[in-house]
Design a protein around this ligand. Structure first.
Ligand SMILES: Nc1ncnc2c1ncn2[C@@H]1O[C@H](COP(=O)(O)OP(=O)(O)O)[C@@H](O)[C@H]1O
Ligand SMILES: N[C@@H](CC(=O)OP(=O)(O)O)C(=O)O
Length: 464
């Protein structure tokens, strides 16, 4: 049995949904289907999830939501009409949408989560109706019925382990099960969502919990490329990579697959196949547990992300002071802030944060506490921070990769603020200015991939 997830770009309109239905129908093993909310139809379109966030904010701010609700409903109506689904189905979608503000919510964070979740919930109901209309037995499954239990973090929840026991009891027959992605329920019965892009996580949870043989993730690109195609338009497709490589690359900017979504697949050892809804016969990219193939290149991919900020701190003899780092961590703990990385020198320390969890007030308070409690000689908040991640299982067996990463940056005058090689030795992380991040990815990519395109060929030793 396969779990198949379709992203928002694959469900943006009736024409795309038709392709999705053809893909589901073409393989009886595609039993469990996970849907996102309708995504962008063109580059400056608005995803339904973003419209729902506007809707929630209008309700919180007591503004008139009529136009936003009409815009959201129009997206479902266009899809439903394309398949001739009954007016009862569309009326039900409309009444669930307009009824959202009347439900009770513990606070505005839960209200926001419930509004966002309806992008996928209503779409899964609609896709089940479209499939039925197209002659394939299909049933919408609510995450509460399946027992998808999440932590009490309404908009960035994590899955609770009990979910997997619950999924073991899920019964299914000859119909396709259509699950909405992106959300589940807390133990108190409130809707909570994963972080943005979290429908990939739902697919991965189901793949583990239902012991799928394969997790197919359908999107709008033919493969995962060795660099983001928006930065390097002709980047090489990666045919196969390992879970660990994917985790590091998606963490650092390969948004094609959510970075947390790899974890349940790792736990369940379910291979993932990223494929294109618009080109389903292509093999796409296979993500596998272990490296069972050889590659002539040390580097598999290069990712870059601007979502970071850093705190730089200098004090002489920092290395001799017992408990210095502990005090910093206590301050971070006090403000509920986690850090991403903490590279250090003899007398200095850089703490790198994911910017999305920080507001300017928290930054000010945190810096104030560090200054007054630890008296650093220098304390600088660096908003302009990007991380570049160069990843490849092949790096472990080779000497001199670091020189090849740094050389193209030096040649193009790109300063590097930090270099960090993890103990796994399959990745090297660099810190740069945000304005240099895309160029850094491009120049490192060109250095490793441009000269010898044949080196990208891989020899498969096993097939999934
Ligand atoms: N290395 C990469 N390879 C392929 N696509 C990438 C990569 N890095 C970023 N992307 C982007 O990821 C997009 C697909 O992810 P996403 O928009 O979340 O799709 P979906 O709507 O299917 O969930 C692609 O259109 C591409 O712009
Ligand atoms: N719709 C949600 C969840 C998601 O995963 O969407 P997509 O599959 O379109 O990235 C979002 O936009 O964040």
């Amino acid at each position: 049995m396969k779990v198949v997830k379709f992203g928002g770009s694959s469900l943006a309109d009736a024409a795309h949904v038709q392709k999705v239905i053809n893909i589901i129908k073409s393989d009886p093993e595609r039993k469990v289907v996970v849907t996102s909310a309708p995504g962008k139809r063109f580059s400056d379109d608005i995803k339904v999830t973003d419209l729902l966030i506007k809707y929630a904010n209008a309700i919180i701010g007591k503004a008139d939501p009529t136009q936003i609700v009409a815009d959201i409903f129009a997206r479902y109506q266009e899809i439903g009409n394309g398949f001739g689904v009954s007016t009862t189905v569309l009326d039900d979608i409309k009444s669930k949408l307009t009824g959202l503000p009347d439900k009770p919510y513990p606070n505005n964070d839960y209200l926001m989560a419930a509004f966002k979740a309806h992008g996928e919930r209503l779409n899964a109901e609609l896709i089940a109706a479209c499939l039925t209309q197209a002659g394939t037995k299909a049933r919408f499954v609510d995450p509460s019925e399946a027992g998808i239990l999440l932590s009490d973090d309404p908009n960035s929840a994590t899955v609770l382990e009990e979910t997997y026991d619950n999924l073991a009891n899920l019964k299914y027959g000859d119909e396709r099960l259509i699950f909405p992605g992106f959300f589940g329920f807390t133990k108190d019965g409130q809707i909570a969502t994963f972080a943005r892009g979290g429908s990939d996580i739902t697919g991965s949870i189901l793949a583990r919990g239902l012991h799928a043989s394969l997790y197919e993730n359908f999107t709008d690109v033919d493969a995962i490329y060795a660099a983001n195609p928006k930065i390097v338009p002709d980047a090489h497709p990666i045919h196969k990579l390992t879970f660990r490589e994917m985790r590091e690359l998606s963490y650092a900017g390969f948004s094609v697959f959510n970075d947390e979504a790899i974890i349940p697949a790792i736990q369940g050892q379910v291979p993932i196949n990223v494929k294109n809804t618009n080109n389903p016969d292509l093999p796409g990219t296979l993500i596998v547990p272990e490296k069972d193939f050889t590659s002539k290149r040390p580097v598999t991919g290069i990712a870059g992300s601007n979502r970071f900020s850093a705190l730089y701190l200098h004090r002489y003899l920092l290395n001799k002071e017992v408990g210095f780092t502990l005090k910093i961590l206590q301050i971070l703990y006090k403000y509920g802030v986690s850090y991403e990385h903490m590279p250090s020198g003899i007398d200095d320390l850089t703490i790198i944060f994911d910017r999305s969890q920080l507001d300017s007030d928290t930054i000010k308070k945190m810096c104030h506490d560090i200054q007054t409690e630890l008296h650093p000689d220098t304390l600088d908040w660096i908003d302009d921070y990007a991380i570049i991640m160069v990843v490849g299982e092949g790096m472990r067996a080779r000497v001199g990769t670091i020189e090849n990463i740094i050389r193209p940056l030096a040649e193009h005058n790109i300063p590097v603020h930090m270099i960090n090689q993890g103990a796994s030795r399959i990745s090297i992380m660099l810190g740069t200015r945000q304005s240099d991040a895309d160029a850094a990815v491009k120049y490192i990519y060109e250095h490793f991939f441009k000269e010898d395109p044949s080196a990208n060929q891989i020899e498969y030793q096993t097939e999934v």
